[in-house]
Ligand binder design. Structure first.
Ligand code: MG
Length: 270
């Protein structure tokens, strides 16, 4: 069942989203060679708690940390640890926060120092795919329109969509219906209606789409060991525009620089 949110609930989710976005902003300056991923986890955890939130991921089905850190060929769900970032790495950071009973969830991939041209392109195409998905989040459109917009963007860029993991609804629970695949057919799926809140999160591989899960039960890697990128934002379906809940200025600058000031594409800055 898809739980549509009231204006008041969406306002609460935006507050949680602000904390998530704050983490992704704060953490950027620590993304450099030599930083341990468990240090990123501690910074994020402290930031969230100082603002009255609780990390959504810690303990979720037994997940042992407050954020996911996914380096290079790790697609998603990397567990922070003693691993140090190195020049040329890319690292996905996924953050979830529950605040006043409502969750927010967002992710982005960062470059560690200078990265290869192809890794940079992968990151750009993944951002573009997220943006294309958000643009398709119009009331009356169908979920397949969102999925298809993501898939087309990725395939035009020459990369591969991970199919085993999908975006999701969000609210009082971290993962709610509907599932939001990053591939699909236009015109298929449920109709988007006002008050639906969904997380769109393309997970995109440089090489083939195949993935493997590590023995830790969490870490998902590309089967061909090539790098993978992940970007995620939550949006509420409004009367006309997609209302981005877990973003703020820095993400607009980073993700949507080429689209601002943007009304034609339907993005709305809180
Ligand atoms: Mg998510």
């Amino acid at each position: 069942m898809i739980i549509r949110k009231s204006r008041e609930e969406i306002a609460k989710m935006r507050e949680a989203g602000r904390v998530v976005a704050g983490v992704l902003d704060m953490i950027e300056k620590y993304i450099k060679p030599g930083t341990r991923t468990d240090a990123l986890n501690e910074l994020a955890d402290a930031y969230i708690r100082e603002r009255g939130g609780t990390p959504s991921f810690l303990g979720y089905r037994g997940f042992p940390a407050s954020i996911c850190t996914s380096v290079n060929d790790v697609v998603v769900h990397g567990i922070p640890g003693r691993e140090r970032l190195r020049e040329g790495d890319i690292v996905g950071v996924d953050v979830g926060v529950i605040l006043d009973g409502y969750h927010a969830d967002a992710a982005r991939t960062y470059a560690v120092g200078e990265i290869s041209e192809v890794a940079r392109k992968l990151m750009h195409v993944t951002e573009d795919a997220l943006e294309a998905g958000i643009r398709a989040c119009r009331r009356g459109n169908r979920l397949g329109d969102v999925s298809n917009a993501i898939q087309r963007t990725v395939e035009a860029g020459g990369f591969s969509v991970v199919v085993q993991f999908v975006g999701h609804g969000i609210g009082k629970r971290l993962h709610e219906a509907p599932e939001v695949p990053n591939y699909g057919k236009r015109g298929n799926g449920i109709k988007l209606e006002k008050g639906m809140v969904i997380c769109i999160e393309p997970m995109i591989n440089l090489g083939k789409k195949d993935i493997v899960q590590e023995n830790d039960g969490w870490t998902i890697r590309t089967a061909d060991k090539k790098v993978s990128a992940h970007f995620e934002l939550a949006v509420a379906i409004g009367e006309k525009k997609a209302d981005i809940l877990s973003t703020f200025d820095f993400i607009d600058e980073v993700l949507f620089a080429s689209y601002l000031p943007c009304t034609p594409c339907g993005l709305m800055t809180p």
